[in-house]
Design a protein around this ligand. Structure first.
Ligand code: NDP
Length: 263
């Protein structure tokens, strides 16, 4: 009936914020057979200390993977490392969580350069695009155990979750623009939404679900200290939504409570 939050799970941007909490809650709630691939740019650096501590707390459950989404070679190396470790198994869940927002909010037009538009697009859209493309064989492998009956039903063994935002919504732009202009970030997340729709259509034949989720406004480096939600509340909500997703939700943008956000 739904996405099973078990098996091999790959999370980007795992050293802090929402990504770190995703890895923590997944490590707590998944069974012994599950394995989490937690990505960050500098696994040995000071900014990955919390992730290293988490890895120690769950021995054998989490593998840290070095990944810079702005670098195609880094993406390819990360995918190869995971493929090697998974061997004959498949990838059950890819969570494209990492993202950047520059220049610093409120990021008005006057402060926004071509460089910001290009760099934000590269990390927020091209990175998730390449990851999904390179992981497709492993995602397909996760669905190979589906019986013909399961394929006809609503059971989902492989899914891609793209972490988007409510401020990507064009319908809601008149409401959200005055508080946060953020041209590069908004445009990149609207493009990520289209990527979600395209992949949902494309991967339907493989029985792979692709859904975009808005985590709410969350207390992280990106969300800032005035955000109403903690990472714990946001991730609890998103994991609840993920575990209840079915085929009708593929190609949609939902919030952390499961509400549909209009494009
Ligand atoms: P943070 O800024 O706290 O964390 C961003 C993560 O992305 C970090 O782990 C960072 O790693 C990683 N990252 C940045 N650039 C790259 C790169 N080139 N390659 C690989 N990883 C990279 O953000 P949040 O946790 O708040 O956001 C998580 C997701 O939720 C994002 O997609 C964001 O757009 C979305 N979101 C967040 C909201 C909020 O209120 N917080 C609201 C709506 C959506 P490093 O430490 O190396 O920089």
């Amino acid at each position: 009936m739904s996405v099973k939050l078990e098996g091999n799970i790959f999370v980007t941007g795992s050293n802090r914020g929402i990504g770190l909490e995703l890895v923590k809650q997944l490590a707590e709630t998944t069974g012994e057979e599950s394995h989490i691939y937690a990505c960050c740019r500098e696994p040995e650096g000071t900014r990955a200390e919390a992730l290293r501590n988490l890895t120690t707390r769950y021995p054998g459950k989490i593998t840290t993977i070095k990944l810079d989404l702005s670098d195609e070679e880094s993406i390819s190396t990360a995918v190869q490392a995971v493929s090697k470790q998974i061997e004959d198994g498949g990838l059950n869940l890819l969570i494209n969580n990492a993202a950047i927002n520059q220049p610093a909010p409120p990021a008005p037009l006057s402060a926004t350069r071509k460089k910001d538009m290009m760099e934000v697009y590269e990390v927020n859209v091209v990175g998730p695009f390449l990851l999904a493309k390179m992981f497709l064989p492993l995602l397909q492998r996760a669905t190979e155990r589906d019986t013909p009956e399961e394929c006809k039903g609503d059971k989902i063994r492989a899914a891609i979750i793209n972490i988007s935002t409510i401020i990507s919504s064009m319908e809601k732009c008149p409401e959200t623009f005055p508080m946060a202009q953020m041209y590069p970030y908004r445009a990149s997340k609207a493009a990520l939404n289209m990527l979600t729709c395209c992949q949902a259509e494309d991967f339907k034949k493989h029985n792979i679900l692709v859904t975009a989720l808005h985590p709410g406004w969350v207390q992280t480096e990106m969300g800032g200290e005035y955000a109403p939600l903690t990472t714990q509340e946001s991730v609890e909500g998103m994991l609840r939504v993920m575990s209840s997703l079915s085929k009708k939700d593929s190609g949609m943008l939902l919030d952390w409570k499961g509400n549909i956000i209009p494009w």
